[in-house]
Ligand binder design. Structure first.
Ligand code: ADP
Ligand code: MG
Length: 260
């Protein structure tokens, strides 16, 4: 049994909009072991992104606690939070959309190396080449502007950026949802190989059970702000116990192993 890397306990979050309250998260708990990929799947609006934003400290929660690498993650702030952020990195649906489209791939990868002081200045170009190689892009891509890359290539750069700080956990929120099927398959293969080679744990979030199934050891199913079941990926897909789990399996015809 691998040691626990992340433990989320009883996280709740309400939103109030136009006078009524919505429990976006209701007592959510989950754990991820070192090197493990946990898939978080649920219909649109079930609270997945809210959980990822709380986890990444982009949004405060109302109640609950998070222990990450043995530390009280929600209690960290200032310099200690900035330092620790290197260990938990994120990949969103189109993370590079926030960048200047004229910025080069090298500039995008140089940022985290510089900010977190990962390698000395004179070794950064070499480190960028290593990162590109790790995500299956030629070193010559360093000089290319972001806007000249395809969606799949951009997501590879985003993954390279996320692993630049040598994190123990990646949080991927709908990271392949915008990619077409063939490219998506390749990016999923890349994630699985990175996870195997480098032992990086992942919280892999998607509304699509087929995608989650392809990369996850275990799967947690979310429904209306709650985790309604958690189990080994194969077991959840073969025999979902919750109504939400069954609906997600039925939404992906090729996952149904025993059609009646
Ligand atoms: N900033 C916000 N203000 C009000 N409601 C929000 C906000 N963010 C999310 N919600 C609501 O919280 C619920 C969960 O949203 P979200 O976490 O984005 O779900 P998912 O990522 O699973 O699609 C939805 O009903 C959404 O409308
Ligand atoms: Mg979402």
């Amino acid at each position: 049994m691998k040691p626990t890397l992340l433990s989320i306990a009883n996280i709740s979050k309400d939103f109030s909009s136009s006078g009524h309250r919505l429990a976006a998260l209701d007592n959510v708990s989950l754990t991820i072991a070192a090197g493990e990929t946990l898939g978080l799947v649920g219909a649109s609006g079930s609270g997945k992104s809210t959980l990822s934003r709380i986890l990444l400290r982009l949004l405060p929660c109302d109640a609950g606690s998070i222990c990450f690498e043995g530390e009280d993650w929600l209690a960290l702030n200032g310099a200690s939070l900035r330092r620790k952020r290197a260990r938990m990195q994120m990949v969103f649906q189109d993370p590079l959309a926030a960048f200047n489209p004229l910025a080069s791939v090298a500039a995008v990868l140089d940022d985290p190396l510089r900010i977190h002081g990962i390698v000395p200045r004179d070794q950064r170009a070499g480190e960028i080449a290593v990162l590109l190689d790790r995500v299956g892009l030629p070193a010559s891509y360093a000089g290319r502007p972001i806007r000249t890359l395809s969606g799949g290539q951009r997501q590879r750069v985003a993954i390279a950026r996320s692993i630049a700080t040598r994190p123990s956990l990646l949080v991927l929120d709908e990271a392949v949802s915008a990619l077409d099927v063939t490219v998506r398959g390749k990016v999923l293969e890349l994630l699985v190989s990175l996870q195997k080679e480098q032992g990086i744990a992942c919280l892999f979030i998607s509304h699509d059970l087929a995608v989650v199934r392809a990369v996850s050891h275990r799967i947690a199913v979310m429904d209306r702000g709650r985790i309604v079941e958690t189990g080994h990926a194969a077991a959840i897909v073969a025999e979902p116990k919750s109504a939400a789990g069954r609906a997600l399996v039925e939404a992906v015809p090729r996952l149904v192993t025993n059609p009646s």
